[in-house]
Write a protein that binds this ligand. Sequence first.
Ligand code: GRF
Length: 225
Amino acid sequence: MSQAASPALKLRVVVLISGSGSNLQALIDGVNSGDLPIEIAAVISNRPEVMGLVRASKAGIPTLVLDHKNYATREAFDVELMRTIDAYTPGLVVLAGFMRILTPAFTEHYLGRMLNIHPSLLPKFQGLHTHQRAIDAGESHHGVSVHFVTAELDGGPVVIQARVPVLASDDAGLLAKRVQRQEHVIYPLAVKWFAEGKLRMANGKAELDGELLAESGYQIEANDI
Ligand code: GRF
């Protein structure tokens, strides 16, 4: 029996968001087109009333809000978040614009089964305001990385990167849009690889089809100006 014919065999995924959820939408679209062999078991947001929750509800996916402001410490929030996620028994946790620094206990718990998307060509520009920083640094190219999550912020092994040109006419908003188009291509692809058992993390490195990936991951060059 093929995976497509048996929903029970599909990888269960929990997606964590904090905002617009355009990457979540790309995953939902991949599921709906039959291209992505996953079941999005739940979408959890640390912020109430964000667009990503609307997108999930429209797709019939269970949603939860776990507002970090209701927790005295980062540790207490992460413990409750783990409990909430694990109730859905996911095989993969996908951080899709989840704007929280995670505790080591959290990252350790999901080591090798949690992915993040970061809008830069890691290891360049970890942290925030990546598009403006790339412009200010005079970079000819910028882009986006999908990586396994480790205790180091934006520091886990890179799975895939898409590069885009930085144009003289760019401001941070224009550059962000160009990068985001690539986000919506590479995140579903990385999740698909994981769901198909092609992608894994072993000894702190990312492997695709049993081969060690380069430090900068699988490379995609976008001919998209
Ligand atoms: C994306 O730019 C992603 O790279 C970053 O947060 C943003 C999330 O956007 N981690 P969205 O909520 O998926 O639209």
